[in-house]
Design a protein around this ligand. Structure first.
Ligand code: ATP
Length: 258
């Protein structure tokens, strides 16, 4: 089946998610188009993670719809969305510490092989994709080492390599540069831009205004569960409502950025 391949847009329409009396997400429309990096920004408690969970399938919206490549996935569990080409990395790094770096990445590659072959895993193809994903982040030298012995920066790249080895059409990234040093961040930016250049849709939650300014094409700014501004990055970052709610954009640039 070829319906799982090619470019895809991730869309939220009127998404609402409540926790008790709180509307963590209060009716959000958002589109992450293929070939673009879209960033979701906003102060703590704005609802970014909750919206992310609704998109990824770890939370079910109370109202509204989530579309992946035009298909309604609102009620699909995480693994079904993964099969349709949605991948995600977490703010809290989640790797298998006793497995090697390469075996962690291979898990993502095998998911893709299953998707491609309707159940059968092609060992060679999974190995190829693992090697390519390791190479993308310069992880070859630590490939055979246990993941649990790697520093945070490396683990973040391992997580990303695992997500990419699955060949996603849409990639959700939760603060992807947290814990990375300057060289790793530069490499990350190059890789993420390249993925968007190849037609992938990228959506990231990010607190670092410099990174958003450098990487994102489109920005959605949230506050109190709602989108308060959306559009091209420069326009949204200079919007006074965003500067007031977020507070970081101007200060970040004054620091001189990356
Ligand atoms: P941060 O930048 O701090 O991660 P955020 O923008 O991701 O914040 P959310 O974590 O989505 O914001 O939280 C939005 C609101 O929903 C907050 O008021 C939060 O306390 C509440 N909330 C989030 N998750 C839960 C939960 N599991 N149970 C109860 N309330 C929750």
């Amino acid at each position: 089946m070829n319906g799982t391949r090619g470019a895809a847009r991730l869309t939220a329409r009127g998404v609402v998610r409540r926790y008790g009396g709180i509307q963590a997400v209060a009716g959000v429309d958002l589109a992450a188009p293929p070939g673009r990096v879209t960033a979701l920004i906003g102060p703590n408690g704005a609802g970014k993670s909750t919206l992310f969970d609704c998109l990824a399938g770890t939370a079910r919206p109370d109202a509204g719809r989530v579309l992946l490549g035009g298909r309604d996935v609102t009620r699909l569990p995480v693994h079904a969305r993964v099969r349709l080409g949605l991948a995600r990395t977490f703010q809290q790094i989640a790797v298998f510490p006793t497995l090697s770096v390469a075996d962690n990445v291979r898990i993502g590659a095998e998911q893709r092989s299953r998707r491609d072959n309707g159940g059968g895993v092609t060992r060679e193809r999974a190995a190829e994709r693992t090697a390519r994903a390791l190479g993308l982040f310069g992880l070859e030298a630590v490939a055979a080492e246990p993941a649990g012995e790697q520093p945070t920066g490396v683990l973040r790249l391992v997580e990303l390599a695992r997500a990419l080895a699955g060949g996603p059409r849409v990639l959700l990234l939760d603060e992807p540069a947290a814990g990375l040093d300057a060289a790793q961040t530069a490499r990350l930016l190059t890789v993420l831009r390249g993925l968007a250049g190849d037609g992938m849709a990228l959506l990231l939650v990010e607190h670092d205004p410099d990174l958003v300014a450098e990487l994102a094409d489109i920005v959605y700014a949230m506050a109190d569960g709602r989108v308060v501004a959306a559009g091209p990055t420069a326009t949204v970052l200079s919007d006074p409502r965003v500067a007031r709610a977020w507070g970081g954009a101007e200060r970040g640039r004054e620091r001189g950025g990356r």
